[in-house]
Design a protein around this ligand. Sequence first.
Ligand code: AMP
Length: 213
Amino acid sequence: MKIIMLGAPGAGKGTQAKMLADKFGIPHISTGDIFRMNIKEGTELGKKAKAYMDAGGLVPDELTVDLVLDRISKDDCVKGYILDGFPRTLNQAEKLTEALAESGNIDFAVNVDVPDDAIVVRMSGRRVCPSCGASYHIVNIPTKVEGICDRCGSEVIQRADDSAETVQKRLAVYHEQTQPLIDYYKGLGLEVEIDGTQEMEKVFQDIVERLEA
Ligand code: AMP
């Protein structure tokens, strides 16, 4: 099963994508995670991506599309995958459709819908573990010990691009560049709309029901 996750930054796509990957036994591919790993490792790609990310903008398509197309050509993707954070522009979506012309397009574009005001509250409380990638929220998904990752014991941090000013910029970028993808996938009959304001478990249940219907 090939799934893409649509929705604003902070809508809970990443959390749902991880849960779906576990349930269906397919890889979770997050372009944001790939870029962050490259930044941590100081690669050329990381150096190029960092400036765009810190400013709340998008990394250019030239750096993004081939990276994803290469990743989904790997052996662990033969049974499918979950793309989280890609595509994010109409051009990326068209390139993906083109690349999948022979093997068959994605099966579902899951649109996790959350209004902007709720997004701002969520993102300002979001904390991530820089060591193992676990994500938390100071109110909704708190760590057991304040500030410490449940999974690996490292200190959790706020992502630089989750600061209030950058969140506004990322939302503007989302509305301008990524939201049009909802219509693109609706047009292809692949869009599945989910109310992302519900409890995490209920959102997951709704997604699974729709995918298995
Ligand atoms: P995310 O973790 O998905 O919120 O992504 C964090 C940041 O990485 C975004 O704000 C972008 O700067 C960059 N990024 C992730 N995925 C893409 C993509 N498909 N196209 C362009 N930039 C991306």
